[in-house]
Design a protein. Structure first.
Length: 361
């Protein structure tokens, strides 16, 4: 296949499911609020958005659906190498930016970190592991996160693993085999939840392998939804589906969490995606959904440097409930604004540049 054919046909981006893009933004905002709140309220039973971390499982399921939709019918034409180029161009610029922000705030920001406790060599090693997505849980005061300078990158690590497995194996499997694998992974997910008491793992040293089970089930479930065409036509719309999604994040955190969390991940999120793919969207809300989808990944990958600063500030100053509410609301709004600037000034231009260079090769 010639470069011209590859560029114009195989590499063309497909039309998006706008409501699903919008829901991705709702999930990203929920993650930001959750991260603020978990730093201040360590007792999850008292945290109003204690299940905000399940947004990651929603991301994983949505990713399986979108990857199947975008690449099932063309990965054979474009090849594994071009598939990996596409994914790296889409994902990695913000992985690098998030790592740089994490490093800068650790070194220089008020309430940023404790850099004097680490040698220059150790800091460089942590930074390199972050931009290369090589897990390196080494900072005690940051709970041995896999990526100390940008904690949310743990999910991108597993996303990359899922993409590799998809390119070499999953794209070739029949729907029947995928269903069997999905059923097996569902059992594994239930075991992880029962053993740990929840599905919160995957981000740190002690729960590293829990992340593999979380991505395994949800990614497979999303892929099965697409392959099976389980798209439910409905008139719920973006607002109703956003409310339904948000309800999962604010459900109670209690002694039944080991049971309720798997139910949400196994059935509720796949249902939301099937409904979102088939829902009707009014023109009035289309721009909102498109913007929400575009801002979701920049927001997710750039917000955590501020979360570490907030933790250190909160520990030192112990703001009251009113002050905490103000910080969370204003902080989330400012992080959205900053994420927009990073998207416009960095992410989009870098991806356009890399895509243009790719087509010249």
């Amino acid at each position: 296949m010639s470069t011209t054919q590859l560029s114009s046909d195989t590499l063309k981006t497909k039309q998006h499911f706008d409501i699903l893009d919008g829901l991705r933004g709702i999930a990203a905002i929920s993650v930001v609020i959750f991260h603020f709140m978990e730093m201040a309220i360590t007792d999850y039973s008292k945290n109003f958005i204690a299940h905000g971390f399940l947004a990651v499982d929603f991301f994983f399921c949505l990713s399986g659906f979108v990857i199947g939709y975008a690449y099932d019918d063309r990965i054979g034409k474009m090849g594994v190498k071009e598939f990996f180029k596409s994914r790296l161009i889409r994902l990695h610029p913000l992985v690098i930016l998030g790592s740089i922000l994490g490093l800068l705030t650790f070194l220089f920001a008020p309430y940023g970190g404790n850099p004097e406790a680490y040698s220059a060599g150790k800091i460089i090693l942590i930074f390199l592991s972050s931009i290369l997505l090589i897990p390196f849980p080494s900072m005690t005061e940051r709970s041995f996160n896999l990526f100390s300078f940008n904690a949310p990158a743990w999910s991108l690590f597993w996303e990359y693993i899922a993409n590799i497995v998809y390119a070499f194996i999953l794209c070739r499997l029949s729907r029947r085999v995928l269903l069997v694998l999905t059923a097996i992974s569902a059992v594994a997910l239930c075991f992880v939840s029962y053993r740990s008491g929840n599905l919160m793992g995957g981000w740190g040293q002690s729960t590293f392998w829990d992340g593999s089970i979380r991505i395994l089930y949800s990614f497979l479930a999303g892929l099965v939804i697409y392959r099976s065409n389980w798209i439910i036509k409905n008139k719920l719309g973006f607002i109703s589906l956003s409310i339904l999604l948000f309800l999962a994040f604010i459900m109670p955190f209690n002694e039944l969490t080991w049971l309720t969390e798997p139910l949400v991940v196994l059935f509720y999120f796949p249902l939301i995606i099937a409904l979102g793919a088939g829902a009707e969207l009014t023109d009035r809300l289309r721009k909102l959904c498109v913007f929400s989808g575009k801002i979701s990944y920049p927001l997710y990958m750039t917000h955590y440097a501020v979360i570490w600063m907030f933790l250190n500030y909160y520990t030192a100053n112990k703001p009251d409930t009113t002050q905490l509410s103000f910080i969370v609301v204003i902080g989330t709004m400012l992080l959205l604004a900053v994420a927009y600037l990073f998207m416009v000034l960095y992410d989009i231009p870098v991806r356009k540049y890399l895509t243009a260079k790719r087509k010249q090769v």
